[in-house]
Design a protein. Structure first.
Length: 296
């Protein structure tokens, strides 16, 4: 395996932290670290000559955020260029190479990590399957991911508490990355249209919605719309409609003296018994018990 992470003399102003393998192996046995463990992290400013080649891949996942300048990443058969504001995620055990452009060397912040939760994070963050997972946020948005907190935490030590704090910092960065992918890049317009459909349902839950019509309103196929909708709010579209109807039902039970049958009709249920069944399934109690319960 060929690996040339930095020039021999390094880069002026760099930060580089590598968790020793014995510490790493012990940490992976801990239940609070086995899901996500930072193994290496750093910051390379104006990294002229920076280049890494791993024909067999790395045992860790790698995230690189380009803050300034330009670089490139190659995962066969593709090679793409990165510039300020770009982020790349290289999955573990994936052959790759990357480096800085000679004429405009990049400044990057990066992290290597492993753990059983890493593939699930990648699945959530990546909208579509691709051999190179890249995200384009712009030079102002990318620094908000906060990967600098990861290496700065580990610079203070490798104790359990430092490793846990680094994990939490990485999870914060991954959460920020997840949020940015939902509002940025190639899925921005589709995501916004899907969000608008969701707002329509929230505003008027009693309407008679059909899945095909909702997908058409977002300008997407039913499978694509359903996938985006579930990523945005955690529920399938029709299930979300039911939950919004029950939410409105709760409000009417709390604020009016209308009968349960009347409320069922107002929130879009023709059958009050079906309303009661859905209400009980979602709220864990019947409409009548809910109305009579003490709240607040």
């Amino acid at each position: 395996m060929v690996y040339v992470p930095i020039r021999r003399e390094g880069f002026l102003g760099q930060h580089l932290v590598i968790v020793p393998p014995p510490v790493r192996n012990k940490a992976l046995a801990h239940p609070l670290l086995s899901g996500l463990l930072v193994t290496d992290a750093g910051y390379f400013p104006a990294a002229a000559g920076h280049r890494a080649e791993r024909p067999q891949g790395a045992a860790t996942h790698i995230i690189i955020v380009c803050l300034h300048g330009r670089g490139w990443v190659k995962i066969e058969p593709r090679r793409i260029e990165l510039s300020a504001g770009d982020v790349v995620w290289i999955p573990a055990n994936t052959a790759h190479a990357y480096g800085s452009m000679h004429d405009d060397p990049w400044t990057i912040v990066w992290v290597h990590f492993c753990g059983s939760n890493a593939p699930s994070w990648l699945s959530e963050i990546t909208w579509a399957e691709s051999d190179i997972h890249t995200f384009h946020f712009g030079s102002r948005a990318a620094p908000t991911l906060g990967l600098d907190h990861v290496y700065s935490t580990l610079e203070r030590g490798y104790s359990f508490h430092h490793l846990l704090a680094a994990r939490i910092a990485l999870e914060h960065s991954l959460s920020s990355l997840l949020e940015l992918t939902r509002i940025s890049g190639t899925e921005q317009s589709a995501g916004e249209r899907t969000a608008n459909v969701r707002k329509l349902i929230i505003a008027s839950p009693a309407r008679n919605y059909r899945l095909a019509e909702l997908a058409e309103g977002a300008g997407l196929s039913v499978p694509h719309f359903t996938n985006l909708f579930k990523k945005q709010c955690g529920y399938a579209p029709i299930d979300f409609v039911l939950r919004q109807r029950i939410r409105l039902g709760c409000k009417l039970l709390d604020t009016t003296t209308a009968t349960i049958g009347s409320i069922a009709e107002q929130v879009g249920f023709k059958d009050p018994y079906y309303f009661s069944r859905c209400f009980t399934r979602i709220m864990g109690t019947s409409p009548r018990e809910y109305r009579n319960s003490v709240k607040g």
